[in-house]
Ligand binder design. Structure first.
Ligand code: MG
Length: 495
């Protein structure tokens, strides 16, 4: 057996443990009764430690260095070895004890956060948050960094990203966005979206959203959709991808939540089957992943041609919408409004929500901002970027799951996804100029096929920047997003 195959074989064991952890986590979020919390934290922590120990074992490290000698050039094998080497470089710096402790403490912190948010009690969450920040600093020290501990943390989610590179990204969009939001707020042509709020049968929402994601290309032979309080997408193999959505009074939650997660899901389903269970399968980075969820949710799913096709079916399922015409509907689903909640934010204000979190988590990690001062700092930033002040911590600094789950350095990847989605769409339109016509006919296959060819089938083979250059002809360029949303919202608001 070649050394590369020997390495693959060893890593299939690690993959099996990780898949088991992922199934337990999916079950935790979708079905598990509360009584399972304590034991599940133990299960996750122990499985993570086992996977970690197996991965960094001397035998795996030796096989990896032998495989590295064997694989060369820009072959698939060489790419596989490079991805494993990067994971190894990160993992060998983290003690197994730390890995297990981080999983256990963050699982517990998550439960504390759920209660604190529900009861609007920041003081209840503050000690757990302080501990998450301690863990983040400890992790950054193990991993090493040159300029800022944040660099070590964020690189794990987006290869090559640093605090500075994120600052440069935000600097390029901050002012144009703040200006656009102000123009939109001042426009006399405000859309109405009240028709989307009502009492909708859960079963109707399930059927409609499943029809929708199947129509754009999500494969139910290799996936399914369930309900979760905070929608997410996970997968256990290329052949088993799980979407989640939620059914609320605001019908958009289910529709756009499902389209968003299906974008993630189709990216995962698009990896070559022969890479299944290896490090090459699956999306290359969180930013590129989010570009796909945002592309399908916003650029496709909030377009006029998309609803030219689907509005009659939506009205068939929900007769209360029969009197809403296409223009009214299109403008309604694209209403821009500064609100407190990130996950409900429109695509114009969304990045402003992210900037708040990015700036605050940098300051929390470095210790410049004390945990106790977070609520006030949060509210001040919402006031300065969005012109609104949260009415409670539940809709303020307690709203997001990330910090309780020790996910620090993660938020900016959402913004990168927003920016890349427009850049990728522009490249797609050069090859397929008639996307409007195709979508209006409900014909999404050419769009999905292009994305599979340029992005999905490459899995994690190329580094994010390399992949973007291959797919779009250039590195990340925020102009595509800025021009794209200006053009779109000039239309919606008659600016
Ligand atoms: Mg997402």
């Amino acid at each position: 057996m070649s050394k590369v195959n020997e390495l693959k074989e060893r890593l299939f064991d690690v993959n099996a443990l990780n898949a088991a952890t992922a199934v337990l986590d999916w079950d935790h979020q979708c079905y598990m009764p509360d009584g399972g919390n304590a034991a599940r934290a133990e299960h996750g922590s122990r499985l993570s430690r086992m996977a970690h120990e197996m991965f960094v074992s001397e035998e795996t490290q030796r096989t990896l260095s032998e495989a590295a000698k064997e694989a060369n050039g820009d072959s698939e094998e060489a790419a596989f070895v490079r991805v494993v080497q990067r994971q190894m470089a990160i993992s060998t710096k983290l003690p197994a004890e730390f890995v297990a402790r981080k999983v256990k403490r963050s699982t517990e912190a998550h439960e504390i956060w759920v209660k604190a948010r529900k009861e609007n009690n920041f003081a209840h969450f503050a000690p757990a948050l302080a501990e998450m920040m301690d863990l983040a600093r400890e992790e950054a020290e193990y991993l090493g960094y040159i300029d800022h501990p944040y660099d070590a943390l964020t690189d794990q989610y987006e290869e090559g990203a640093t605090k500075k590179s994120w600052e440069a990204m935000f600097d390029s969009v901050r002012q144009p966005l703040v200006d656009l939001v102000r123009e939109i707020n001042e426009s006399p042509n405000q859309p109405d979206n009240s028709f989307l709020t009502g009492k909708w049968e859960q079963e109707d929402q399930r059927k409609f959203t499943e029809m929708l994601v199947q129509a754009i290309g999500f494969d139910f032979e290799r996936g399914r959709q369930d309900i979760a309080a905070h929608p997410f997408c996970t997968n256990f193999s290329v052949g088993d991808v799980r979407l989640t959505t939620r059914y609320e009074d605001y019908l958009g939650s289910a529709i756009f939540g499902s389209l968003h997660e299906a974008g993630h899901g189709m990216y995962e389903q698009g990896s070559p089957m022969e890479w299944d269970r290896t490090a090459l399968a699956g999306g290359v980075s969180l930013g590129v992943h989010e570009s796909q969820s945002r592309l399908w949710e916003n650029i496709v799913g909030r377009s006029r041609p998309f609803w030219q096709h689907f509005l009659p079916q939506l009205q068939g399922t929900f007769p209360a919408l029969s009197n809403v015409n296409l223009d009214h509907f299109y403008r309604g689903i694209n209403k821009v409004e500064p609100t407190f909640i990130r996950v409900e934010a429109d695509e114009v204000t969304y990045n402003l929500h992210i900037m708040v979190r990015f700036e605050l988590e940098c300051a929390l990690v470095s210790g410049e901002l004390k945990v106790a001062d977070l609520p006030e700092a949060w509210n001040e930033k919402y006031n300065s970027y969005l012109g609104i002040t949260p009415t409670s911590d539940s809709v303020g600094c307690l709203q997001d799951v990330h910090w309780s789950a020790a996910l620090i350095g993660y938020f900016p990847t959402y913004s990168k996804g927003n920016l890349l989605s427009y850049q990728i769409w522009n490249a797609l339109q050069k090859d397929i100029p008639n996307t409007d016509e195709l979508m209006a006919k409900g014909h999404f296959k050419p769009i999905l096929d292009w994305l599979i060819d340029k992005i999905y089938r490459h899995g994690s083979r190329y580094q994010p920047e390399v992949l973007m250059e291959m797919a779009t002809g250039e590195r990340m360029n925020p102009e595509h997003y800025l021009k794209g949303i200006r053009a779109k919202y000039a239309g919606v608001y008659s600016l």
